[in-house]
Design a protein around this ligand. Structure first.
Ligand SMILES: C[S@@+](CC[C@H](N)C(=O)[O-])C[C@H]1O[C@@H](n2cnc3c(N)ncnc32)[C@H](O)[C@@H]1O
Length: 331
């Protein structure tokens, strides 16, 4: 079986290289100013039309940004989750915790290119993975040296699927780095060209672990090409910064199912290690029901103070302060 897949893969991949790889741009942004250090440079892999679109929209890209001073966060070992990112000072809700040029921005669904479909080249999950792996190998050779080393050093703790893990992992470690550390750009991003699924691999924020009660959210700013992490609640100096890797308004067992691909089994976050399971599941279900009930969301202003307080308390107990429903209840 392995031999058959391999030979199909090689045949398909060579047609694919002509069809797609040649039309991708690999651009270090900002492009090669003498003053640019590697940590101010993003390798963008995607289509030229996307770059042109961003230039039209923002004037020039990347626009200047103000890097945060070095006394915000520090990367340190955790007790049970490998490395983590810790606050070096107190943060208030809304404070910028990390603002950095990421290592890589890449269209991760390159195999969905319509020109491949027309030529019957994107037919098989494993072949698609090999195609993306081939692109990532090319990306590797375009990194500035320091960024290549930083990328290679990131966690590969990810399971794609049992067959792929046996056939591909040793050949395409970059695929696992992307899967483990790649954050989706937001759905309303203007970056879209042919591809829809842009991933951003940050250098510092890749070390941020998952929590089911996260204290921060992230966004990618395409004008400055920066990856930003913002506190959603108070974070005290020396506590760990956390993000969410999966939907959180679902029962713990569903969260754990979604986290298994990150080899997070069990989840070591404070919420899972300490909270009462049934009570937590009940509160999250209540929050989910409210969120999905658009009529109720529109009527929030009409709810009694007691009802609003109940929602507010549930959100706070579960640490889901980032949800849109939270400020509505507090106001
Ligand atoms: C994006 S990396 C985060 C940084 C990572 N700890 C490191 O040392 O590079 C994701 C990996 O961190 C670990 N991890 C993150 N959150 C975790 C959690 N809540 N429980 C257990 N392990 C976690 C898992 O190994 C996961 O695959």
């Amino acid at each position: 079986m392995e031999g058959k897949l391999r030979s199909v893969g090689i045949h398909q991949a060579s047609g694919w290289v002509e069809a797609v790889l040649d039309k991708l741009v690999f651009t270090n942004i900002p492009p090669g100013m003498p003053s640019d250090t590697a940590d101010n440079t993003v390798l963008y892999v995607g289509e030229q039309i996307v770059l042109d679109k961003l230039r039209r929209k923002h004037g020039e890209i990347p626009q200047k940004y103000t890097p945060l001073s070095g006394d915000q966060v520090v990367i340190q070992p955790t007790s049970s989750m490998g490395l983590g990112v810790f606050a070096k000072r107190n943060f208030e809700p809304g404070d910028l915790v990390v603002c950095e040029r990421p290592l890589l921005v890449i269209a991760a669904d390159i195999y969905s290119d319509p020109s491949l479909a027309a030529r019957g080249l994107n037919t098989n999950y494993l072949i698609n993975l090999r195609q993306l792996g081939t692109i990532l190998k090319s990306a590797n050779s375009h990194f500035l040296r320091a960024n290549r080393d930083a990328f290679a050093d990131l966690s590969k703790d990810y399971a794609l699927d049992p067959v792929a893990d046996i056939l591909i992992k040793d050949h395409f470690p970059e695929l696992y780095i992307l899967s483990c550390n790649g954050f989706k750009t937001r759905n309303d991003s203007q970056m879209f060209g042919v591809y829809k699924d842009y991933r951003v691999v940050p250098r510092v924020a890749s070390r941020i672990n998952h929590s089911c009660s996260p204290n921060a959210i992230y966004y990618f700013d395409e004008a400055t090409f920066t990856f930003n992490v913002v506190a959603t609640r108070k974070i005290e100096a020396s506590s760990e910064i956390s993000l969410m890797y999966c939907a959180l308004e679902v029962p713990r067992v569903h969260r754990h199912d979604s986290l298994r691909c990150y080899n997070i089994d069990p989840c070591r976050c404070v919420a899972c290690e300490t909270s009462d399971k049934e009570g937590s599941d009940r509160r999250r279900k209540m929050i989910k029901d409210i969120q999905s009930d658009t009529a109720l969301v529109e009527r929030l202003a009409d709810l009694s103070l007691a009802e609003l307080l109940r929602i507010q308390q549930a959100v706070e107990e579960e640490g889901l302060h980032y949800l849109a429903v939270y400020p509505w209840c507090c106001n």
